[in-house]
Design a protein around this ligand. Sequence first.
Ligand SMILES: Nc1ncnc2c1ncn2[C@@H]1O[C@H](COP(=O)(O)OP(=O)(O)OP(=O)(O)O)[C@@H](O)[C@H]1O
Ligand SMILES: [Mg+2]
Length: 370
Amino acid sequence: MSTFRHPGLAEPRTKEEWRRYRDSRPPERPTMPPYQRYLKLPKEEKEDINEARDTFHSALAIVDTAQVKRLHYLMERRMKANSRRAAGARAGLVLDGPPTVGKSTLVKLFAARYENRLRRRHPEKFQDGYEANGMLIDYTPVVYLSIPARATPKDLSVLLADYLGMVQLGRATQTDITNHVLTVLADVGTELVIIDDVHFLDLSAREGRVVNDHLKYIANETAATFVYTGVELKKSGLFLEGQATSRATQTAGRNTRHAVSKFGCTTDADKLEWAQTVKALEDTLILYRHKPDQLVKLSPYLYDRTGGSICALTDLIRESAIEAVMSEEEAITRKLMDRIEISEYAQATYRSLVQQRRKSASAKPKTAAS
Ligand SMILES: Nc1ncnc2c1ncn2[C@@H]1O[C@H](COP(=O)(O)OP(=O)(O)OP(=O)(O)O)[C@@H](O)[C@H]1O
Ligand SMILES: [Mg+2]
């Protein structure tokens, strides 16, 4: 029996988990009493209503950043271009970027919206008892696979089979499973296959070649658009030209690579985008004494703290909002955020930045005097 995992808190492993993720809604925004009334409430009552507020802050919000919009646009365009294309050599997309820049979030968001759009247009396909070509079909337009560490080509086929809910025979070979998977993918109408964390596939020199061939084979035999995400794929030998073998380039030749990156801080456009993201998150806060744009004004500080990482930013705001309620300060100030520790990496980067600035500040007067 599959265990229930909260949608959105773990990567979906089966079509049922995917559907729960797709249908999940963020928690309702709680209505709070006026501040003066709230202050007079007994402690227990305050705790009760704050539970809803904490849940809401914990979920925070998914922001359609400029990067999310740009990559969604490219995915949509590629899917349209592929929709009626003849078999073989369909071009896929490779989204390559460092950890925690929001790769999984953006591909799942795209896939969920895509599937919901299909459901609006073709509700009959999503109903029990839907038949196509004389067969009962469990219409599965989206496949989302998150690859576990050191996965082999056979694991990839097994993961696909598990996702599709296929009964597997113990002694089936990789070829058996793969062929069966390909038939099911065609039957259930799969149009989009997302392979997340593709760097976890075993890409050692010899295995890498097998993985490439296997991925190419599956993509070639499936009438779907493939989107791969991963870390340092440019160097990995999986999708790149140049240092790859000639067979690896076959995979590279049919896919386009797009960088997914942290927010920048150099140009005015960078700064505006960062501030807009902070604002989108700030606007969701439910804090009595927090003034509009109070956080936006601290955008440069937030950048220093997080190095432009969406993950670090949301972690910091999330925990600060909870702290603002627990400490009864009811606003997120710089003083409050100084008390919140986020990831070790972000903390270390921030510490060295502060040290650097102190050094250059103390060096300046000397230069002026000399
Ligand atoms: N568009 C977004 N809006 C709000 N928060 C986001 C967004 N994208 C990512 N996050 C936050 O950052 C966290 C990390 O994002 P995600 O898991 O998508 O990154 P990733 O690039 O897939 O990381 P990894 O390489 O480790 O798999 C998410 O759990 C979420 O809290
Ligand atoms: Mg991820």
